[in-house]
Design a protein around this ligand. Structure first.
Ligand code: NI
Length: 388
């Protein structure tokens, strides 16, 4: 099973869908046009069922195989949302909405899964049911979580689930994956440090909140360097340091710190949360100030199940001669993790060639990757549920 010939034939059509999505990017759950087009196409392919409005604006299509002897159900997932970025590609099909851009290639993911759905609905050479899942709000809204919370897995009887992301820097036509933790958990923290504001020329009459917050920023770096086992992955980044005024002669009353924590292991995640609170509160106390810490859990770790990773590798190897089965984990996060927490499955990277990185204004999805990605999606259904 190399790249399926049908996808070479379908390439102009799939590319046209992709470029249409690219021209019309939508953010978070507001993917109304995109979801509407996805549902319309799925119906035109003859899917047995098309349901809109799952997880607010998600779309699910059901395609039954020629036979169904064992009640098998395989889910395939793509994301539909864009990013709040001003596009700088200069492409003829660049975003028509300034400040919104498909800078993560979700236009490509959606188009490839539509291509796979069209092929599967035409051929139905499998024994069971394929469920194609199009989710909103991957970029921060938790659309995957919302679809799961809406009962999607139970409603459609999904037993295992597979997802894909294009990856700049990997050659087009190649795949990369790893068993276990592939992408990080992404949490956020906010710390409000309160001292005693006053005149900068009378520091002894104040509790200098800027100084206290600066000590907290430095001390937080001891978590990764001194507290967590060096063989475990962790990132602690303080990214915002905001005083109330921009004056050069006012010691502020409060300082707001914001940052992110990335971990690959729930025990490390719990530990880091505890250390941030202890360091902020006790450092502030040492100066006579206070620190209020708000720690917010975000997307969980994306964990590839061992058996499903092996299946994903098998299919990738049939599609491509270049498959890295042990790629380094990434400290970015992915909300497909919510689906993988519900059902065993795997998430794979698809080469996007030597392009700008995702989330960059010059990024573009490479349409030459479409036959590989669509073949992998379709192959996961045909190989996991071979025709009876
Ligand atoms: Ni993405």
């Amino acid at each position: 099973m190399p790249v399926k010939n049908r996808f070479a034939e379908l390439l102009p059509e799939i590319t046209a869908w992709r470029r249409d999505f690219h021209e019309n990017p939508e953010l978070l759950f507001e993917v109304h046009r995109t979801a509407g087009k996805v549902a319309e196409l799925l119906r035109s392919f003859g899917c047995d069922e098309v349901v809109e409005g799952i997880g607010r604006t998600g779309v699910v299509g059901v395609i039954k195989g020629k036979t169904d002897t064992a009640g098998r159900v395989v889910g395939l997932r793509a994301d539909m949302d864009a990013l709040p970025i001003l596009e700088a590609t200069g492409l003829p099909y660049a975003s028509k909405t300034p400040g919104k851009m498909h800078a993560c290639g979700h236009d490509g993911h959606t188009a490839m899964l539509l291509g796979a759905a069209k092929y599967l609905a035409e051929t139905r050479q499998f024994d069971g049911t394929a469920v194609v899942i199009f989710q909103p709000a991957e970029e921060g809204g938790g659309g995957g979580r919302e679809m799961v919370a809406d009962g999607m897995m139970e409603r459609f009887g999904v037993q295992e689930v597979y997802g894909m992301h294009n990856w700049p820097g990997l050659p087009v036509g190649s795949f990369a994956i790893r068993e276990g933790a592939l992408m990080a958990a992404a949490d956020q923290f906010e710390i409000v440090v309160t001292g005693k504001g006053g005149h900068a020329a009378k520091p002894h009459e104040t509790i200098d909140t800027t100084l206290v917050a600066a000590h907290i920023v430095v001390a937080l770096q001891s978590i990764a360097s001194r507290n967590v086992d060096p063989l475990k992955q962790v990132v602690v980044s303080t990214c915002t340091f905001r005083t109330e005024s921009e004056a050069h002669n006012v010691i502020p009353q409060t300082v707001l710190l914001k940052g992110t924590v990335r971990t690959m292991d729930p025990a490390v995640q719990d530990f880091v949360e505890g250390r941030i609170k202890a360091i902020a509160e006790n450092t502030a106390a040492a100066f006579g100030a206070t620190a209020a810490v708000n720690y917010m859990r975000g997307y969980p770790v994306t964990v590839n199940a061992p058996d499903n990773t092996a299946y994903a590798i098998d299919v990738a190897k049939k599609v491509s001669g270049q498959v890295n089965p042990d790629v380094a984990p990434q400290m970015g996060a992915e909300d497909f993790s919510y689906m993988l927490n519900e059902r065993p499955g795997a998430y794979i990277f698809l080469g996007n060639g030597d392009t700008a990185m995702v989330h960059h204004p010059a990024y573009n999805f490479d349409d030459n990757a479409i036959p590989f990605g669509a073949s992998w999606y379709a192959g996961m259904v045909e190989e996991r549920m071979p025709a009876a």
